[in-house]
Structures are given as structure tokens and as C-alpha cells.
Design a protein around this ligand. Structure first.
Ligand code: ADP
Length: 619
């Protein structure tokens, strides 16, 4: 795989991991609690338009309890209050007091009478502690009720905040609707409740609450701008004229004293102040009556949106420049935070923890990965520049030698009258040095042209053996200086290569001189050229300083030299092998390097045999 492709694969794998971590985290209780907090915050931030409440509370508050002797003394004043309310013709009356036990028969009969006179009456019931059955009102009271409604809430497992109520509860097959739903149904002329797995339909109002989810309904608690009216029971009995407040309303009667009521809960609005059960029922009723249902977004949409954020961030950081990427990244992050709120204003609860954690984690991952890559590139290009500077320094230094020779010689020729033989000698020297200079310039130009892909390759066929013999010839003085033997026994007679002869010679000559340069005296360099199947293998093997694997990976980079090579005292530019590699690549070949520090190296050039073996033998 190309380094860029590998980098890209690692980048996306890291982002995928970030996404997986974000998903897992958002499924933990920590993620669930973040969602809860986000829900409550959005609940407080987004206020639905105010509405006219259709319910009213008959509040059995501390004053009422004090006046009538606490909860045990309630039945008589309750009967009186209900009679007053009946006269005002409310739409329905829900009594959130479990009338399960007997008290004074006379008082019970009085209450029975009052209940009997109450139209659309819902009485409260609750599951027995072990869920084995229902704790119902006494039969005499029950007989007066149009319906029984359960009074259970469903506080959140994590923080005990009451955000939803179950619209139905069952003990075995004995099922009851919630008090609020029962009151709503009766207030709408006893509309049928039509059930489907996804919702309940009450007289055309569709309440989203899945059967699988326990028929939970999120309560849209009335915002501060909407006050559900309440009349204290004591006030009503002291001032019967207050009964007119109840006209056309759905009445929720219950204990509102925080001390006496045991069924209070915290709500998204409460800020430390709990809400009593009867008020929660009235709020649930208002939710249904106003149709202010809050649905849950399907999990797959949350997943798809979060994935989209990860991909968007990934593309942003891999394609854009850092400044633009950070700008767009911040915008995507804001989108992740704002989207759940946008949904909330459309009464859909869209998870906050999943997209936000996915966005944050991928932003951090993508940002830091790209930052590291940029830093690395910067480091590499700085190192390149350094080497380039060194090379220019070296090249100018190298060029100075032939130039000085040319200058000196030509000056001598013009200043002095030299004998003909001397003049010829000096002219030859000038010629040789200028040619050397020309070759050097040519080589550096070739590097540039080769890497820019501007160099045209000639298409010739030539004998590998002859080519290598020419290289050996040129390298011989170098080798002799170090008493290095060049073995050529393994050169196949008939191996023909195809391509640009001049460039190929440059490549092999380079490998050969490297082998000599980077070997100690009195060692040997072995050349081999063979044809196997459809490929030609030409190798140069030495017994020199060698390299470790890390170094081998870098030697084809421009200007790279190993430490060992620099310490060897051999001059070099680190440019030769990069040209060799380009030449061989242009010929559709590859270079294999085997090397061990201190033991030697073998460079093998593998070329496709473009000339069929049969033709080679005949020619
Ligand atoms: P130069 O020889 O001018 O430094 P090259 O591009 O030809 O540049 O080679 C790059 C580097 O590869 C060398 O500096 C040396 O460190 C290493 N190298 C090349 N050939 C050999 C070899 N035969 N043995 C050990 N090291 C080698």
C-alpha cells in the first residue's frame, strides 16, 4: 500500500474507533444521564405557546388538612366539596385518593351519595405492592365511578425525575388506564381507546406510546406561562361561590400538602421543588388535551446522524487546510449540539449524548491526527531543505575543481608562449574538465527532469553483459585504489535488455560505485545477471558496511545518507539512488535490497523481459 493510502486507512480506522467509543459511551448510564440532563435543559429552554388549561385542581392543602383533622377526616369535607363542584357542571372529576378502607359508615354513605351524583367520575386505584392485584376503592364507592384510573408514575431509574407516565398498568389480565387518560376519555364523551402497537387513539387524538415501551407518555409539564388553576378545599367550603371556577373543567382532586402527600416527584422544571401526584396527573391530562406529545426519534436516525457527523468531520480535516478545517469543524460541532434542540422544538426527543460525543471524539481524533501529519510533513520538508542546501554546497564545491583547472589552464595558454606539445596537453585537459563539468550539470538536470516525468526514454535493446562491462571499466580506477576485486563470472552471455541504454548505464554504474565506495579495502564486489521466467535479474553484491532495515527503507529518498556512510569518509550526495529508482521505475522494474550492517549489501534490479528469450538466442 502507498504511504498516503496507508495514512488514509489509519485515519479512517481511528475515526471508526472514535465512533464506536462514542456509541458505547452513550449507551452507558453516564450517556443516559447526559441525555436526561439535556432533555430537562431543553424542556426549560423551549416553551410551547401558552394555552388555556382545561383542568383545575381541588387542592387538599395544609390548611384544609389542618381544618378537617388530617387525612382520616377528609371524607366528609370531600363529599361536601364534590357536591358544590357537581352543581357547577365540570366535564369530569378525577379523585386522586385511594378510598380503599372503611371509616364511619355514616360519613362513607354521605361520600357515596356525593360520588353518585358526580358525572364522569374517575376514582384512583393502585397496584398492590407485589403487583398481584389492584387496591381498589370500596365497592360502594367503586359502583359510583364511571372508571378507575391508576395513579402510578414512572420516575427515571437514574435520577428519579418524573418525565413520563405509563398510560396503562396491568395486574395479570386486569388492566387500568392512567387516571389522566381516563379523565380525558370521559371528558370527551367516553371516547373509545383504540390501541395499536405504536400508539393509542382516543377520539381521534393519537398518543404516541409504544406497547413495547410500556405505553409510556412523556409529560409536557405546563410551562411557567401556563398556570393550572387550583382551589383549596377549605376555601371552596368557606366560599361556595368559588365552585363556578370548576365549570366545564376536568377536576383533579387530591392531596397537595407536601407533608401529607407521599406521591411527589421531581420534574424537569422543579429545580429542587418536587411536584405532588395530583398535579402530575393534571399535567399529563393537559399534555393529552393540548396534543403536546414528545416523541422519541427512532434510534437509527440518531445513529445515521452521528455517523454523518463523523464522516463530515473526517472529510473536513482530511481535505481542508487547518484553519478552514477548524472553522468548519466548529460549525459541525455546533450542529451536533443544536440539532437535538431543533428536534425538541418540533416535539421530538433526539438523543444528545450520541451525536455530541461522536462529534467531539471525532473532532479530537481527526484534528490531532491531521495536526501530527502536518507537523511530520513540516519536519520532513525541513530535513529535505537542509539536505538540499548541503547538496548545493557540495555541488558548487565539486564544480569549483574543474572550473579552477579550466581557468588556470586557459590563463596559462593566453599568457605564455608554450611549446606546441604543452599547448595540446593543456587543451586536452581543458576539454576533459569541461566535459566533466558538463556531465555534472547534465546529471543534476536529469534528476529534475526524471522526477518531473519530462525525460523521454529511448527504446533500444542492448546486451546486459556489455553494459556492465562498460560500467566496470569506468569504475576500475576506484576499485583498484581500494584493492577491491570485481567478479563478473555470473553474467549471462545472452541477456538482452530493452530501454534507454544511457540511463541504464547510469543506474548500474551508480550501484557499482556505491558498492565500491561503501566497502572496506581488499573485499570483493560480485556482479550477476540472469534471466528467470519473464524477468531479468541484475545484482551488485558487496562485502561492505551494510545497512539496517530502517535505513534500507530510506535510501531511495533524495539526499538521504546513512550515518555509517557519512562516517566512512566517502563523499556523496544521497541523490544517486533516487535517480536509480526513478530510472528503474520508468522501465517498469523494481529494486530489491538485502543488507546487513557490517556484512554487506546486495542490490538487485528486476526488469520485465520485454524481448522474448527465443529472439534473444537467435539474434
Ligand atoms: P551517495 O552514495 O551519494 O550518498 P546514494 O543515493 O547513491 O548517495 O546512496 C544513498 C545512501 O545509501 C548512501 O549514502 C549510503 O548510506 C547508502 N548506500 C547505498 N549503497 C550502499 C551500499 N552498497 N552499502 C551500504 N550503503 C549503501
Amino acid at each position: 500500500m502507498q504511504p498516503a493510502a496507508r495514512q488514509n486507512a489509519i485515519y479512517w480506522a481511528l475515526l471508526a474507533a472514535a465512533f464506536a467509543v462514542a456509541l458505547t459511551a452513550s449507551w452507558t448510564s453516564f450517556g443516559a444521564q447526559i441525555d436526561n440532563d439535556a432533555y430537562d435543559t431543553m424542556f426549560r429552554l423551549y416553551q410551547p405557546p401558552p394555552w388555556q388549561p382545561q383542568s383545575i385542581l381541588l387542592a387538599i392543602d395544609d390548611r384544609s388538612l389542618n381544618a378537617y383533622g388530617g387525612v382520616p377526616g377528609l371524607r366528609k369535607p370531600l363529599a361536601e366539596a364534590l357536591e358544590l363542584i357537581d352543581a357547577a357542571a365540570p366535564k369530569a372529576v378525577a379523585v386522586d385518593i385511594i378510598l380503599a378502607d372503611r371509616t364511619d359508615p355514616k360519613i362513607d354513605a354521605r361520600l357515596e351519595q356525593a360520588l353518585h351524583a358526580t358525572a364522569n367520575l374517575v376514582l384512583a386505584c393502585q397496584l398492590l405492592p407485589d403487583d398481584s392485584g389492584w387496591e381498589d376503592p370500596l365497592p360502594i364507592f367503586r359502583a359510583q365511578a364511571a372508571e378507575l384510573g391508576h395513579v402510578h408514575a414512572e420516575p427515571d431509574e437514574l435520577d428519579s425525575v418524573g418525565r413520563s407516565i405509563p398510560l396503562e398498568k396491568a395486574a395479570g389480565h386486569d388492566r387500568r388506564w392512567a387516571l389522566s387518560l381516563a379523565a380525558y376519555r370521559l371528558s370527551r364523551g367516553g371516547a373509545q381507546i383504540i390501541e395499536s402497537p405504536r400508539d393509542l387513539n382516543v377520539g381521534g387524538v393519537v398518543i404516541p406510546s409504544t406497547f413495547a415501551g410500556g405505553r409510556l407518555m412523556r409529560i409536557r409539564y405546563a410551562p411557567p406561562s401556563v398556570k393550572i388553576p387550583r382551589v383549596s378545599m377549605k376555601d371552596l367550603l368557606d366560599h361556595p361561590g368559588l365552585a363556578s371556577w370548576f365549570k366545564g373543567k376536568v377536576v383533579f382532586a387530591g392531596v397537595t400538602s407536601q407533608i401529607a402527600a407521599k406521591d411527589w416527584l421531581f420534574t424537569p422544571y422543579s429545580a429542587g421543588r418536587p411536584m405532588v401526584g395530583v398535579e402530575i396527573h393534571a399535567n399529563a391530562f393537559e399534555t393529552i388535551a393540548q396534543g403536546l406529545f414528545i416523541r422519541d426519534a427512532p434510534p437509527w436516525t440518531v445513529l445515521a446522524f452521528s455517523l454523518l457527523l463523523v464522516v463530515a468531520l473526517g472529510v473536513t480535516y482530511s481535505r481542508l487546510r487547518p484553519l478552514a478545517a477548524n472553522g468548519l469543524g466548529a460549525a459541525i460541532l455546533v450542529t451536533a449540539h443544536v440539532t437535538p434542540y431543533w428536534f425538541f422544538t418540533h416535539r421530538i426527543f433526539f438523543s444528545f449524548a450520541t451525536p455530541v460525543s461522536a462529534a467531539w471524539l471525532s473532532l479530537i481524533t481527526a484534528g490531532s491526527y491531521q495536526f501530527l501529519i502536518v507537523r511530520r510533513r513540516l519536519r520532513l520538508s525541513e530535513a529535505d531543505r537542509d539536505r538540499y542546501r548541503q547538496t548545493i554546497h557540495f555541488v558548487t564545491h565539486e564544480m569549483r575543481t574543474p572550473l579552477t583547472a579550466i581557468q588556470g589552464s586557459s590563463e596559462m595558454m593566453s599568457r605564455y608562449a608554450l611549446p606546441e606539445q604543452k599547448r595540446k596537453q593543456i587543451a586536452d585537459l581543458i576539454n576533459a574538465e569541461s566535459k566533466r563539468l558538463g556531465r555534472m550539470i547534465e546529471m543534476f538536470l536529469n534528476v529534475e527532469r526524471l522526477s518531473a516525468g519530462q525525460m523521454e526514454l529511448k527504446k533500444e535493446t542492448f546486451s546486459a553483459r556489455e553494459l556492465l562491462a562498460a560500467c566496470v571499466q569506468r569504475a576500475l580506477p576506484l576499485a583498484e585504489r581500494k584493492q577491491i576485486r570485481i567478479l563478473t563470472a555470473a553474467l549471462a552471455e545472452d541477456l538482452v535488455l530493452a530501454g534507454d541504454r544511457e540511463l541504464m548505464e547510469y543506474a548500474f554504474y551508480n550501484l557499482l560505485t556505491n558498492a565500491i565506495k561503501y566497502s572496506p579495502p581488499r573485499t570483493q564486489v560480485t556482479l550477476a545477471a540472469v534471466r528467470k521466467h519473464d524477468h531479468s535479474y541484475i545484482s551488485v553484491e558487496d562485502q561492505g558496511i551494510g545497512m539496517d532495515q530502517k535505513e534500507v527503507k530510506k535510501i531511495f529518498q533524495k539526499f538521504y545518507r546513512t550515518k555509517r556512510a557519512e562516517q566512512s569518509g566517502e563523499v556523496g550526495t544521497g541523490i544517486g539512488l533516487s535517480i536509480v529508482e526513478q530510472i528503474i521505475t520508468q522501465h517498469s522494474g523494481t529494486i530489491e535490497v538485502m543488507s546487513r550492517p557490517g556484512q554487506g549489501s546486495r542490490f538487485t534490479i528486476v526488469l520485465p523481459a520485454s524481448v522474448p528469450a527465443a529472439v534473444v538466442k537467435q539474434s
